[in-house]
Design a protein around this ligand. Structure first.
Ligand SMILES: Nc1ncnc2c1ncn2[C@@H]1O[C@H](COP(=O)(O)OP(=O)(O)OP(=O)(O)O)[C@@H](O)[C@H]1O
Length: 264
């Protein structure tokens, strides 16, 4: 990656292969995510979306090819990896909030773990993050006292705690009703614009997510089968992509027979 690229490209994968044990999940993956953009990563269940995220955070090393994040190759050494991860805010499926801590304490956790900031500064930063997600008065509430949408916003505030330039969302709408989903999607878009972030959203929720995205990729059959703008995706006549968008069980996407018989 050249110095100029490092400014413009937040994530670059070059001819990447990702294996889980002896099984190759993805191969021949080439991907560039421009800084400041929002990219949707779409694809059927088990296609390898979470595996792709694991490669970005260094949780999974590529079996071949290179993965570059925020201007550097994803390192192997644990200490370097921890440093890189401070620059990546991850919103996991299921929020991952600690139930015996309040919302504010949950958000403070990364600041307490990774910085030596004095208590008063941490409190101020937590208040700012709560404000950023529209929950100024919810700091003293415990996760069990929050609605699903509020809990997701607290988890989002925690992912933002260290001001990471890159945000990664793994199924941010799972379990939310349409209103809460709309709130989360517009929040993701607003934060991306106002904090000058780059966002990658792994999701099944194509129709809720595409309106806020600049780019979309579709993963199926172990590779990227579409890469382009949401408008290009909606106009595609690729049978593979259409099968996925329409949720049809029969077509060129090969489904695992065990999974299909479970679903039947
Ligand atoms: N830790 C792991 N160890 C072994 N195999 C794994 C592991 N994680 C995922 N896999 C396998 O890798 C493949 C891709 O899984 P992955 O979770 O990346 O798909 P996905 O597209 O995120 O699915 P979903 O939409 O259901 O979350 C699957 O066949 C899965 O069984």
């Amino acid at each position: 990656m050249t110095a100029a690229d490092a400014i413009d490209i937040a994530v670059r994968l070059t001819d990447v292969r990702l294996d889980r044990g002896a099984h190759t999940v993805l191969s021949g993956i080439d991907l560039e995510v421009p800084r400041g953009s929002i990219t949707a990563v779409l694809g059927p269940s088990g296609s390898g979306k979470s595996t792709l995220l694991a490669a970005l955070t260094g949780e999974l090393a590529p079996a071949a090819g290179t993965v570059e994040v925020l201007g550097q190759r994803v390192p192997h050494r644990q200490r370097d990896l921890l440093e890189l991860r401070k620059g990546i805010g991850v919103l996991l499926q299921g929020n991952g909030l600690l139930t015996d801590l309040t919302a504010a304490e949950n958000i403070a956790l990364p600041l307490r773990t990774h910085t030596d900031l004095p208590r008063a500064v941490v409190d101020r930063l937590v208040a700012m993050k709560l404000h950023a997600v529209g929950l100024r008065t919810a700091g003293t509430l415990y996760p069990r006292e929050l609605s699903g949408g509020m809990a997701r916003r607290v988890a989002l505030a925690r992912a933002l705690a260290l001001d990471p330039p890159l945000m990664v969302y793994d199924e941010p709408l799972t379990g939310l009703d349409p209103i809460a989903s709309g709130v989360i999607m517009s929040l993701i878009a607003r934060l991306n614009a106002t904090l000058h972030l780059t966002s990658i959203i792994v999701t099944h929720h194509v129709h809720e997510t595409l309106p806020v995205c600049d780019r979309a990729i579709v993963i199926a059959n172990g590779r990227i089968v579409f890469s382009g703008t949401p408008a290009e995706l909606e106009a595609t006549d690729d049978p593979l992509v259409l099968q996925f968008l329409r949720g049809e069980p029969d077509g060129p996407i090969a489904f695992d027979t065990a999974v299909r018989s479970e679903a039947a």
